[in-house]
Design a protein around this ligand. Structure first.
Ligand SMILES: Cc1cc2nc3c(=O)[nH]c(=O)nc-3n(C[C@H](O)[C@H](O)[C@H](O)COP(=O)(O)OP(=O)(O)OC[C@H]3O[C@@H](n4cnc5c(N)ncnc54)[C@H](O)[C@@H]3O)c2cc1C
Length: 389
């Protein structure tokens, strides 16, 4: 694709840098973190020092002002070289809400510190236990006071909340009954988490099948100032939607990286492992699924490249970002499946890293958006079929 060739040199530099970091933070590091469900602080600090998490922040705010295709290559490489970016990928893109919709004061106050890593903005409080995918039915409220708002309610799956200084929060400012459309009356706030923790916000970690530092958060009349509001009151749902394409593209890139890791691992193992006097990779039952996973990954990556291209051209339609996420998450899962199968019993041994990566990559068919919801988006917006919900 066009953007790729323009970015070729930068891409090979960032890939080399990421590869070096991943050699330092190898399988043993990730296994240990996974076992203890610990946050990979050292790895995140290293990426921060190298400026990789500030790649999408414009230069005027201290970032490197790179394109989303380069951002994708960074995350793709992290996953391809065996690491996992979920502990910090949101530091790359959550700031987009402030960049696109924040005031000049908010941008000047926060973006340079996010770029340097002095402030971590990697908590994104949208999902709620009862609303689920039906975001506009969320019930967390922000009630106006003289000098700000009081937040009440509960969020779930707020990842990295314990490792974030700021959170982008979506809350209802006008009751559903008083707005013409459910998507109105929702507002976005940039919450200072350290202050909120002292004033009624409680974070509870959720132990999950993968090491993801995810949490649920309770807000008990938490006061926040007027200056926390991002953009106009009541327009928050639109602001949140405008950040979804970047997130889907970047997650799709991680899936492509995972798929490459599984394919490489499966190929290498099936060349080396001999059973019945020949390498298992000589059997079509082993080599065909690996070859198919390779083809699926290349195809998904071509759609990802197209999604990056449209994003960079300013196209705001979600079609390609959604398709990239759908196809890449399925490609990584097919690759995970054959990698596991090709390793036989050794697949489930911790030291091979296959079972860890297998658990990690499965998430992406569920979050940040589930496959069914992508399909219903395509059915409605591309094919003109009636909305199914
Ligand atoms: C580890 C993890 C980290 C996450 N991190 C964050 C985060 O940082 N911030 C945040 O806000 N959220 C986060 N999420 C939430 C994530 O975005 C949601 O889990 C995801 O969008 C699915 O929502 P749900 O779990 O409520 O599923 P539900 O909405 O309950 O859906 C359950 C299943 O039903 C299907 N379904 C629902 N409605 C329809 C329909 N109309 N047609 C067809 N199928 C349907 C869904 O596709 C899904 O498969 C995270 C989730 C996980 C598991």
């Amino acid at each position: 694709m066009l953007m790729k060739s323009e970015n070729d040199e930068v891409v090979s530099q960032v890939r080399e840098t990421v590869q070096r970091v991943c050699e330092e933070f190898d399988g043993e590091y990730w296994r240990e973190k996974d076992r203890k469900r610990e946050y990979p602080t050292e790895f995140v600090n290293k990426l921060t020092e190298l400026g990789l998490l500030a790649s999408l922040i414009p230069e005027e705010y201290g970032g490197s002002g790179l394109s989303i295709s380069v951002g994708s290559e960074i995350l793709k490489a992290i996953h391809e070289f065996g690491a996992n970016a979920s502990a910090c990928h949101a530091q790359m893109y959550t700031m987009g809400t402030v960049l696109r919709h924040g005031s000049d004061e908010q941008k000047a106050q926060f973006l340079p510190k996010i770029a340097s890593g002095d402030l971590r903005l990697q908590a994104f409080g949208v999902t709620e236990p009862t609303a689920g995918t039906d975001t506009t039915s969320l019930t967390t409220t922000a009630t106006k006071t003289d000098d700000g708002y009081l937040i009440s309610g509960q969020k779930i799956w707020t990842s990295r909340a314990e490792h974030s200084d700021l959170m982008v929060l979506l809350a209802r400012t006008t009751p559903k009954e008083k707005v013409a459309k459910k998507s109105q009356g929702l507002s976005v706030f940039l919450v200072d988490m350290n202050e909120a923790k002292k004033n009624g916000m409680t974070i509870q970690p959720i132990r999950t099948m993968l090491n993801h530092s995810t949490t649920q958060i309770f807000f008990d009349n938490v006061p926040i100032p007027d200056s926390a509001l991002v953009g106009e009151e009541g327009k928050g749902f639109k602001y949140i939607l405008s950040g979804m394409n970047a997130e889907r593209i970047l997650i799709a890139a991680e899936c492509i990286g995972d798929a490459r890791w599984f394919i490489s691992k499966a190929t290498q193992y099936s060349k080396e492992r001999e059973v019945f006097g020949r390498p298992i990779g000589q059997n079509q039952g082993i080599q065909f699924p690996i070859a198919r996973a390779f083809a699926e990954t290349e195809a998904a990556e071509a759609i990802l490249d197209k999604a990056c291209y449209f994003y960079e051209e300013g196209d705001t339609s979600g079609t390609y970002a959604n398709m990239a996420k759908l196809l890449s998450s399925e490609a990584s899962w097919s690759a995970a499946e054959i990698c596991m199968q090709a390793h036989g019993g050794f697949a489930v041994a911790e030291e091979y890293d296959v079972e860890r990566k297998f658990r990690e990559t499965r998430l992406y068919q569920i979050a940040p958006i589930s496959t069914n919801l992508i399909l219903s988006y395509l059915a409605e917006h591309e094919l003109g079929l009636p909305r199914s919900y």
